[in-house]
Design a protein around this ligand. Structure first.
Ligand code: HEC
Ligand code: HEC
Ligand code: HEC
Ligand code: HEC
Ligand code: HEC
Length: 230
């Protein structure tokens, strides 16, 4: 055997073992990474999607809407039982206009002096009855200035129930918080509280489309702009 042959053999052996090592390395390396790597964009999408939903449906509405409490926590249920009907407080005047929320004078019929022990009644007496100051109620259904609405047309002529547009207010024993849009200052009840615009009850919102939807259904046409806009 010549020295060159020995060398060649040695190189060949080396190459062989090198190849074996390389082959071992390849076979040792797990095949798995490829299988989970494609999940990265899906996971990224899911995280992005959920966080956008969270921002859009939870954070954004919280930033957009301000919250206030009514000056007095009024108990409708108790007072409806006490008076028997809504008309004792919410009535039509002789000229056909709707009186809306009762004035302090109508509370005085019973609350000239404290009749019970409730702290809200004490507050009513101290802050409004004694100084003779009207209660600055917040109106949940208040429409923008440019809109004309008549209760007589709907309740008297149209024979509609209050619940259709306002929900079961007469059954409530606390006033709910009043939410308003910080940009437009409108009550949230106009556009509704569902960010997706989903409506379950007729009273969930009362925007232009909701008025028009019922007008179309009841009268066969949506009405001209000037019917509802001053
Ligand atoms: C027909 C009589 C009557 C009239 C009118 C009336 N109330 Fe009352 N009110 C009552 C009675 C009765 C109670 C229960 C008192 C008690 O036993 O604690 C009451 C209780 C209350 C309380 C205590 C809260 C509670 O849950 O007990 C508040 C606040 C109140 N009334 C506000 C008003 C306001 C505001 C008006 C005017 C818009 C008004 N009431 C008009 C009879 C009346
Ligand atoms: C004792 C007087 C009294 C009686 C009786 C009464 N209410 Fe009221 N109502 C009020 C007062 C005070 C407010 C303002 C505070 C509030 O929003 O709860 C009000 C507010 C309302 C509002 C809120 C309007 C808005 O958009 O802010 C509706 C709707 C309403 N009443 C419906 C009814 C109905 C329906 C009945 C009969 C089942 C009834 N009320 C009986 C005193 C009365
Ligand atoms: C067709 C829908 C509709 C019906 C039915 C209806 N309302 Fe209203 N109500 C409204 C709208 C819209 C407003 C806001 C009006 C505005 O801002 O000019 C309102 C406002 C009010 C207010 C506060 C406004 C004010 O002038 O102080 C009270 C209180 C009220 N309604 C009570 C009632 C009662 C009680 C009934 C049943 C007898 C009734 N509503 C039936 C749509 C309706
Ligand atoms: C649930 C059904 C319903 C809803 C909701 C409703 N309306 Fe109407 N509206 C009627 C009907 C029915 C009439 C026709 C009444 C009649 O003259 O017999 C009417 C009539 C009117 C009229 C004409 C009044 C007149 O004197 O001729 C105006 C203005 C009006 N609606 C405004 C509104 C506005 C603004 C809204 C939303 C904030 C609204 N309506 C929501 C059913 C509805
Ligand atoms: C059935 C009653 C009704 C009729 C008819 C109607 N609107 Fe409205 N419109 C409303 C109500 C209620 C609002 C307030 C709630 C809202 O923004 O959807 C409003 C809001 C608007 C606003 C936004 C104003 C603001 O301050 O946010 C514009 C603009 C408008 N209407 C234009 C029109 C035009 C133009 C027509 C005729 C093609 C028309 N409307 C017919 C009831 C009506």
């Amino acid at each position: 055997m010549s020295t060159t042959d020995e060398k060649e053999q040695a190189v060949a052996e080396e190459e062989q073992t090198g190849d074996e090592e390389a082959a071992e390395e390849v076979s040792v390396e797990p095949v798995k990474p490829g299988t989970w790597r494609f999940l990265i964009p899906i996971a990224a999408f899911a995280v992005g999607f959920v966080s956008h939903l969270f921002v859009g449906w939870v954070i954004f509405p919280q930033l957009l809407y301000g919250k206030k409490q009514q000056p007095i926590d009024f108990n409708h249920k108790l007072h409806v039982e006490e008076m028997g009907e809504c008309e004792g407080c919410h009535y039509f005047r002789e000229d056909g206009t709707f009186a809306g929320i009762p004035t302090l004078a109508s509370c005085l019929e019973c609350h000239e002096e404290q009749v019970g022990e409730h702290p809200e009644e004490a507050k009513l007496i101290k802050e409004y009855v004694e100084p003779g100051k009207e209660i600055p109620w917040l109106v949940y259904s208040r429409q923008p200035q440019c809109v004309f609405f008549s209760h007589a047309a709907h309740v008297v002529k149209g024979e509609m129930e209050c619940t259709t547009c306002h929900g079961p207010v007469g059954d409530s024993d606390h006033t709910k918080p009043y939410y308003f849009n910080r940009l437009t200052k409108y009550s949230r009840d106009i556009w509704g509280s569902n960010p997706a615009g989903y409506k379950k009850h007729t009273w969930d919102r009362m925007k232009m489309d909701d008025c028009a939807e019922c007008h179309e259904e009841k009268t066969g046409h949506q009405g001209a702009c000037f019917q509802c806009h001053k």
